[in-house]
Design a protein. Structure first.
Length: 247
């Protein structure tokens, strides 16, 4: 029963926003300030109902399938962000922007852990089309985040530059590698067996025994000396060397 009453209460807030939208369309002379105040009041009521829910009730609403998209986003966002924001305390300020096709309401809220915002968008028919809770960053957090992003960006740039420098430093080895492979390809020749040198053979008619040659020469010398009246015994004749004539 409680669940049904809460859903009906939320739908009643949406109905009030629909009435605001119709009144704005039908009467161009309506007070714009009053319309903005009405939008803000209705969204504050819706905010009060959302932050009063516990996790179990929020889960049951999300699983029911009976919520409009804007309500579904609002409940889901509050469940996700309330751990960082803390318990809701009050609405500190708000801004309403009314356009032809939609109206945007931004409520600045103060919670137990930090400040935040609740932003909703309402179409021209007064239907809640989106809703989200966000935390407000302090000046110190903004500078810290900016510094981290800067360091990360610079670190990435330097890492890429170092990698490029390393790649360029390897270029000096390319000519040596090319020369090595080229030389290897040029010197890769299949070895052929060496030709055998021809063996010189003396003619058969020149192969004469040394002993026979000495005997013939000795006899010729003895005959020549005997014809000159100088007999010489073959025992006293000694042949020391034999040389071939070049004539």
């Amino acid at each position: 029963m409680k669940r049904i009453l809460l859903i009906l209460s939320m739908l009643t807030c949406l109905g009030l926003m629909t009435a605001c939208g119709s009144a704005q369309d039908n009467s161009q002379a309506a007070d714009e300030a009053a319309s903005e105040a009405t939008y803000r009041s209705n969204i504050e009521q819706l905010l009060g109902q959302i932050v009063a829910l516990d996790d179990a009730t929020i889960d049951s609403y999300l699983e029911s399938g009976q919520l409009q998209e804007g309500l579904y986003q609002s409940l889901s966002s509050w469940k996700e962000m309330k751990g960082e924001l803390g318990d809701f305390q009050e609405v500190t300020d708000g801004e309403v922007t009314i356009d032809d096709d939609q109206t945007t309401v931004v409520l600045n809220i103060n919670c137990s852990k930090r400040e935040g915002t609740y932003t909703v968008t309402i179409d021209s028919e007064g239907q809640l089309v989106s809703g989200s809770f966000d935390k407000v960053y302090t000046t110190g957090e903004i500078f810290k985040k900016a510094a981290l992003n800067t360091l990360m960006g610079m670190g990435t740039v330097f890492a890429v530059l170092i990698f490029i420098s390393f790649i360029i430093s390897l270029f000096k080895y390319i000519p040596d590698i090319q020369a090595k492979f080229t030389k290897k390809a040029e010197t890769q020749v299949v070895a052929e067996p060496a030709a055998e040198e021809p063996v010189y053979q003396e003619p058969a008619d020149e192969l004469v025994d040394d002993g026979q040659l000495v005997a013939v020469i000795t006899a010729a010398i003895c005959a020549a000396m005997a014809s000159e009246g100088k007999p010489v015994s073959k025992d006293t004749l000694i042949v020391k060397s034999i040389r071939r004539s070049r004539k």
